[in-house]
Design a protein around this ligand. Structure first.
Ligand code: ADP
Ligand code: MG
Length: 252
């Protein structure tokens, strides 16, 4: 798939006999915002893990602008411009929120290369403010609530100036008011050229942010369409057993 920013070809990953990714093909263009959906346990986090080099794949290829990254260590993947956040971010116990943001580190395996990146300290206070973290800036990062850790991990990822930002459930546990703020921030990043792949269950969030949604189920991508067309896609409805699709949440 020439011309794509991210290309996945025949990506496979199994845990024992359990085939979680069974030959995934996906192309993402520069400046797209793509929502990645699927029932719990369908392999969304695993897909982000193999894309970002946190987990080895069994077969297939992941490339950025035609350059294979699938066998690179996670920090080299960050250097290639791909930065991701985690579904359950862990934070260092001996660094304050401000220090984590200053270091451009959220405690993940990409730390070394993030440290080597240019610092943009002028942005720090405005980022703390935007993400409503100013009042906790001098607390240990590990003392934050789950939602605040999500916010800090997104802010930290942005300071690494990604070309492709992969987010794993960025609004889970985040106050609804901040959900809108996150949408606005991500839109602004995208307007500056950042391509985004976001795992999210919240259909309002997906509809607000994405023009394209892909759905993973039992090892395969079963849909690739506009978010508004998800509810009328029989394979998607079947994957979710018809539950809650019309209520704005597709979590089973
Ligand atoms: P999702 O993010 O869509 O909820 P995951 O990618 O976390 O799903 O998990 C997909 C499946 O792979 C689940 O059945 C999960 O138990 C399994 N799985 C994920 N990581 C591992 C692992 N490290 N070892 C064994 N099984 C795993
Ligand atoms: Mg997950």
């Amino acid at each position: 798939m020439p011309g794509k920013l991210l290309t996945l070809e025949g990506v496979r990953k199994a845990f024992g006999a359990h085939k979680v990714l069974d030959g995934i093909d996906l192309g993402i263009e520069t400046s797209e915002i793509v929502g990645l959906l699927g029932p719990n346990g369908s392999g969304k986090s695993t897909l982000l893990n193999v894309i970002s080099g946190f987990m080895s794949l069994d077969a297939g290829q992941v490339s950025i602008e035609g350059r294979a990254i699938s066998r690179l260590p996670a920090d080299a993947v960050v250097k290639a411009g791909l930065v991701r956040t985690f579904q359950l971010p862990s934070m260092p116990t001996r660094m304050t929120v401000r220090e984590v943001l200053q270091a451009g580190s959220s405690g993940g395996a990409g730390v070394r290369s993030w440290f080597a990146r240019p610092r943009f300290d002028a942005d720090l206070d405005s980022l703390l403010d935007q993400f409503k973290l100013s009042h906790v800036a001098d607390l240990p990062a590990s003392a934050l609530s789950g939602g605040q850790k999500k916010l800090l991990s997104i802010a930290t990822a942005l300071r690494a100036h990604p070309r492709l930002l992969c987010l794993d459930e960025p609004t889970a546990g985040v106050h609804p008011e901040l959900r809108t703020e996150i949408v606005n921030i991500l839109r602004a990043c995208n307007a500056q050229g950042v391509t985004i792949l976001v795992v999210e269950h919240d259909m309002m969030f997906i509809r607000d942010l994405c023009r394209r949604a892909v759905v993973l189920d039992r090892g395969e991508l079963i849909a690739d369409c506009a978010p508004k067309d998800l509810e009328s896609n029989p394979r998607v409805v079947e994957a979710y057993l018809g539950k809650a699709v019309k209520k704005g949440k597709v979590r089973t």
